[in-house]
Design a protein around this ligand. Sequence first.
Ligand code: PGA
Length: 249
Amino acid sequence: MRQTLVAGNWKMNGSKESIQTLLEGISTGMSDVANTKVVVCAPSIYLPLVSEQLADSDIGFGAETISEYEVGAYTGEISAAMLNDFSCQYVIVGHSERRSIYGEQDADTANKYAAARNAGMTPILCLGESLEEREKGITEEVVSRQLDAVLSQEGVESLADAVIAYEPVWAIGTGMTATPEQAQDVHKFIREKIATMNADIADKVQILYGGSMNAGNANDLLGMADIDGGLIGGASLKAEDFLAICKAG
Ligand code: PGA
């Protein structure tokens, strides 16, 4: 039985004050959240604050990206060791915004995934097709290519301590959520693909859905057999909205 995981992706939002208020709100509401693991992924500069505020909490936290390099002349980058210094447990890798805005390639995502795992953190590996790719009918091909880039380098066994997030690009921040059936089809495809390599890992790996998940649609999405949680952008910025999704899980 896979535990439900709901992770917030704050992206480039928030301030010291708003983050403190948000975490207080989430922490207060956690007493009503049963069985669901709750995680927040924060802009790196706020990780020390988040780490301090969540020190005695069951809420996990992580970063939104990571450098693929260990140390050295990489101006502006943040390494796995640095994230470890602040007890970071999770790292989002391969988010579509990193891929499309910052030009991260499948190979970069694989290296970031490796960097996170080598440092003992859990990568949240994002996969997903654009609208054009969906309309062309190549969703499975795209998601396969993105997943293969990581598994051919790191091996299917690496998924034993990783999380996958299926995030159709056309659904991110658009209010255009995939229907539960559309999402389930791709989640099932991903799990079956992994099962051809290792059935036990396929059975255990958590596959989250991301893309305009909110309090109104979370129940139906999370009710699908292969949807094990959510990666939440917009709706993770308000404690009430985020908690409603956590409670649905
Ligand atoms: P959204 O973002 O919930 O605002 O669509 C999800 C994500 O980008 O992870």
